[in-house]
Design a protein around this ligand. Sequence first.
Ligand SMILES: Nc1ncnc2c1ncn2[C@@H]1O[C@H](COP(=O)(O)OP(=O)(O)OP(=O)(O)O)[C@@H](O)[C@H]1O
Ligand SMILES: NC(=O)c1ccc[n+]([C@@H]2O[C@H](COP(=O)(O)O)[C@@H](O)[C@H]2O)c1
Length: 168
Amino acid sequence: MKRGLYVGRFQPYHNGHKSVIERIADEVDELIIGIGSAEISHDLRHPFTAGERVLMISRALKDINIPVYIIPLEDVKRNALWVAHVKSMTPPFDIVYTGNPLVIELFREAGIRVTSPPMYRRETLSGTAIRARMIAGDAWEECVPSEVADVIREIHGIDRIQQIAKTD
Ligand SMILES: Nc1ncnc2c1ncn2[C@@H]1O[C@H](COP(=O)(O)OP(=O)(O)OP(=O)(O)O)[C@@H](O)[C@H]1O
Ligand SMILES: NC(=O)c1ccc[n+]([C@@H]2O[C@H](COP(=O)(O)O)[C@@H](O)[C@H]2O)c1
Protein backbone atom coordinates (compact mmCIF):
# COMPACT_ATOMS: atom_id res chain seq x y z
CA MET A 1 0.00 0.00 0.00
CA LYS A 2 1.54 3.30 -1.14
CA ARG A 3 -0.13 6.52 -0.01
CA GLY A 4 0.87 9.91 -1.47
CA LEU A 5 0.36 13.47 -0.22
CA TYR A 6 -0.15 16.37 -2.66
CA VAL A 7 -0.11 19.77 -0.93
CA GLY A 8 -1.21 23.08 -2.39
CA ARG A 9 -3.22 26.20 -1.75
CA PHE A 10 -5.54 25.49 -4.71
CA GLN A 11 -6.69 29.11 -5.08
CA PRO A 12 -8.38 27.92 -7.27
CA TYR A 13 -7.94 24.21 -8.18
CA HIS A 14 -7.01 24.31 -11.89
CA ASN A 15 -6.20 22.07 -14.87
CA GLY A 16 -2.49 21.99 -13.95
CA HIS A 17 -3.38 20.44 -10.58
CA LYS A 18 -5.77 18.07 -12.36
CA SER A 19 -3.04 16.80 -14.72
CA VAL A 20 -0.68 16.28 -11.75
CA ILE A 21 -3.32 14.32 -9.83
CA GLU A 22 -4.10 12.10 -12.82
CA ARG A 23 -0.40 11.13 -12.97
CA ILE A 24 -0.10 10.63 -9.21
CA ALA A 25 -3.17 8.39 -9.26
CA ASP A 26 -1.24 5.97 -11.52
CA GLU A 27 1.62 5.80 -9.01
CA VAL A 28 -0.09 5.43 -5.63
CA ASP A 29 -2.86 3.32 -4.12
CA GLU A 30 -4.37 6.20 -2.13
CA LEU A 31 -4.03 9.97 -2.35
CA ILE A 32 -4.20 12.65 0.32
CA ILE A 33 -4.81 16.20 -0.90
CA GLY A 34 -3.70 18.74 1.71
CA ILE A 35 -5.36 22.12 1.30
CA GLY A 36 -2.75 24.53 2.62
CA SER A 37 -3.34 27.89 4.32
CA ALA A 38 -6.80 26.58 5.18
CA GLU A 39 -7.53 29.47 7.54
CA ILE A 40 -6.96 32.17 4.92
CA SER A 41 -9.68 33.43 2.57
CA HIS A 42 -11.11 36.63 1.16
CA ASP A 43 -7.77 38.11 0.16
CA LEU A 44 -6.33 38.52 -3.32
CA ARG A 45 -3.90 35.59 -3.09
CA HIS A 46 -6.40 33.38 -1.22
CA PRO A 47 -9.91 34.33 -2.32
CA PHE A 48 -11.60 31.00 -1.47
CA THR A 49 -12.31 29.37 1.90
CA ALA A 50 -11.09 25.89 2.77
CA GLY A 51 -14.66 24.61 2.48
CA GLU A 52 -15.07 26.12 -0.98
CA ARG A 53 -11.77 24.52 -2.06
CA VAL A 54 -12.92 21.14 -0.67
CA LEU A 55 -16.05 21.46 -2.80
CA MET A 56 -14.11 22.40 -5.96
CA ILE A 57 -11.66 19.53 -5.61
CA SER A 58 -14.11 16.84 -4.53
CA ARG A 59 -16.46 17.58 -7.42
CA ALA A 60 -13.58 17.67 -9.93
CA LEU A 61 -12.19 14.31 -8.80
CA LYS A 62 -15.12 12.26 -10.09
CA ASP A 63 -12.92 10.32 -12.58
CA ILE A 64 -10.15 9.46 -10.09
CA ASN A 65 -10.60 5.81 -9.17
CA ILE A 66 -8.44 5.54 -6.05
CA PRO A 67 -9.47 6.61 -2.52
CA VAL A 68 -8.81 10.33 -1.96
CA TYR A 69 -8.75 12.12 1.41
CA ILE A 70 -9.10 15.92 1.20
CA ILE A 71 -7.72 17.53 4.35
CA PRO A 72 -7.59 21.26 5.12
CA LEU A 73 -4.28 22.22 6.78
CA GLU A 74 -3.94 25.47 8.69
CA ASP A 75 -0.55 27.19 8.64
CA VAL A 76 1.55 27.23 11.81
CA LYS A 77 3.90 30.01 12.87
CA ARG A 78 7.02 27.82 12.99
CA ASN A 79 8.18 26.18 9.76
CA ALA A 80 10.27 23.73 11.80
CA LEU A 81 7.06 22.26 13.27
CA TRP A 82 4.95 22.20 10.11
CA VAL A 83 5.73 18.64 8.96
CA ALA A 84 4.74 17.28 12.40
CA HIS A 85 1.55 19.35 12.19
CA VAL A 86 0.75 17.93 8.72
CA LYS A 87 1.43 14.37 9.90
CA SER A 88 -0.89 14.89 12.86
CA MET A 89 -3.75 15.83 10.51
CA THR A 90 -3.38 13.25 7.73
CA PRO A 91 -3.39 9.48 7.25
CA PRO A 92 0.20 8.15 7.13
CA PHE A 93 1.91 8.76 3.76
CA ASP A 94 5.01 7.43 1.98
CA ILE A 95 5.69 10.17 -0.57
CA VAL A 96 5.00 13.89 -0.99
CA TYR A 97 4.30 15.56 -4.35
CA THR A 98 5.11 19.28 -4.49
CA GLY A 99 7.00 21.86 -6.51
CA ASN A 100 7.19 24.33 -3.60
CA PRO A 101 10.89 24.74 -2.56
CA LEU A 102 10.14 25.31 1.14
CA VAL A 103 7.80 22.32 1.29
CA ILE A 104 10.44 20.17 -0.48
CA GLU A 105 13.08 21.24 2.05
CA LEU A 106 10.90 20.67 5.14
CA PHE A 107 9.80 17.16 4.12
CA ARG A 108 13.33 16.16 3.00
CA GLU A 109 14.74 17.29 6.35
CA ALA A 110 12.11 15.10 8.00
CA GLY A 111 13.37 12.11 5.97
CA ILE A 112 10.26 11.86 3.79
CA ARG A 113 10.54 11.15 0.06
CA VAL A 114 9.56 14.09 -2.17
CA THR A 115 8.85 14.19 -5.91
CA SER A 116 8.25 17.34 -7.99
CA PRO A 117 5.78 16.70 -10.82
CA PRO A 118 6.61 18.49 -14.12
CA MET A 119 4.77 21.73 -14.80
CA TYR A 120 1.89 21.56 -17.26
CA ARG A 121 1.11 24.66 -19.39
CA ARG A 122 2.40 26.83 -16.56
CA GLU A 123 2.15 30.12 -18.52
CA THR A 124 -1.66 29.92 -18.31
CA LEU A 125 -2.18 27.31 -15.60
CA SER A 126 -1.17 29.08 -12.41
CA GLY A 127 -3.41 30.31 -9.64
CA THR A 128 -1.80 33.74 -9.92
CA ALA A 129 -2.58 34.03 -13.66
CA ILE A 130 -6.14 32.72 -13.21
CA ARG A 131 -6.90 35.14 -10.35
CA ALA A 132 -5.57 38.01 -12.51
CA ARG A 133 -7.95 36.99 -15.29
CA MET A 134 -10.86 36.86 -12.84
CA ILE A 135 -10.08 40.35 -11.56
CA ALA A 136 -9.66 41.76 -15.10
CA GLY A 137 -12.93 40.19 -16.29
CA ASP A 138 -11.03 38.01 -18.81
CA ALA A 139 -11.88 34.38 -19.66
CA TRP A 140 -10.83 32.02 -16.84
CA GLU A 141 -13.24 29.09 -17.17
CA GLU A 142 -11.05 27.23 -19.68
CA CYS A 143 -8.24 27.02 -17.08
CA VAL A 144 -10.25 25.03 -14.52
CA PRO A 145 -12.32 21.82 -14.61
CA SER A 146 -15.97 22.56 -15.43
CA GLU A 147 -17.01 21.41 -11.92
CA VAL A 148 -14.71 24.07 -10.42
CA ALA A 149 -16.18 26.77 -12.69
CA ASP A 150 -19.65 25.71 -11.47
CA VAL A 151 -18.61 26.06 -7.80
CA ILE A 152 -17.03 29.47 -8.41
CA ARG A 153 -20.23 30.66 -10.09
CA GLU A 154 -22.41 29.20 -7.28
CA ILE A 155 -20.46 31.06 -4.59
CA HIS A 156 -20.31 34.29 -6.65
CA GLY A 157 -16.53 34.01 -6.56
CA ILE A 158 -15.86 36.49 -9.36
CA ASP A 159 -17.92 39.19 -7.63
CA ARG A 160 -15.92 38.49 -4.45
CA ILE A 161 -12.47 38.73 -5.99
CA GLN A 162 -13.37 41.82 -8.01
CA GLN A 163 -14.80 43.48 -4.88
CA ILE A 164 -11.72 42.81 -2.75
CA ALA A 165 -9.46 44.00 -5.58
CA LYS A 166 -10.99 47.50 -5.38
CA THR A 167 -9.24 50.34 -3.60
CA ASP A 168 -11.06 52.54 -1.12
N1 LIG B 1 0.45 24.15 -14.21
C1 LIG B 1 0.92 23.31 -13.27
N2 LIG B 1 1.41 22.10 -13.63
C2 LIG B 1 1.89 21.26 -12.69
N3 LIG B 1 1.94 21.54 -11.36
C3 LIG B 1 1.47 22.71 -10.95
C4 LIG B 1 0.93 23.65 -11.88
N4 LIG B 1 0.54 24.75 -11.18
C5 LIG B 1 0.82 24.49 -9.89
N5 LIG B 1 1.38 23.29 -9.74
C6 LIG B 1 1.84 22.67 -8.51
O1 LIG B 1 0.73 22.37 -7.71
C7 LIG B 1 1.04 22.54 -6.32
C8 LIG B 1 0.04 23.44 -5.67
O2 LIG B 1 0.16 24.68 -6.30
P1 LIG B 1 -0.67 25.98 -5.93
O3 LIG B 1 -1.97 25.60 -5.32
O4 LIG B 1 0.20 26.95 -5.25
O5 LIG B 1 -0.97 26.49 -7.42
P2 LIG B 1 -0.26 27.65 -8.23
O6 LIG B 1 -0.85 27.60 -9.59
O7 LIG B 1 1.23 27.53 -8.12
O8 LIG B 1 -0.85 28.90 -7.44
P3 LIG B 1 -0.29 30.36 -7.14
O9 LIG B 1 0.01 30.99 -8.47
O10 LIG B 1 -1.44 30.95 -6.40
O11 LIG B 1 0.95 30.19 -6.29
C9 LIG B 1 2.47 23.10 -6.27
O12 LIG B 1 3.35 22.05 -5.97
C10 LIG B 1 2.69 23.62 -7.66
O13 LIG B 1 4.07 23.53 -8.04
N1 LIG C 1 4.78 27.00 8.58
C1 LIG C 1 3.77 26.65 7.79
O1 LIG C 1 2.61 26.72 8.17
C2 LIG C 1 4.03 26.16 6.42
C3 LIG C 1 5.28 25.81 5.96
C4 LIG C 1 5.40 25.36 4.64
C5 LIG C 1 4.29 25.31 3.81
N2 LIG C 1 3.09 25.66 4.31
C6 LIG C 1 1.89 25.69 3.45
O2 LIG C 1 1.92 24.68 2.50
C7 LIG C 1 1.16 25.12 1.37
C8 LIG C 1 1.99 24.89 0.14
O3 LIG C 1 1.18 25.13 -0.94
P1 LIG C 1 1.69 25.88 -2.26
O4 LIG C 1 2.72 25.00 -2.88
O5 LIG C 1 0.46 25.99 -3.06
O6 LIG C 1 2.23 27.23 -1.82
C9 LIG C 1 0.83 26.60 1.61
O7 LIG C 1 -0.50 26.68 2.08
C10 LIG C 1 1.80 26.99 2.69
O8 LIG C 1 1.33 28.04 3.53
C11 LIG C 1 2.93 26.08 5.57
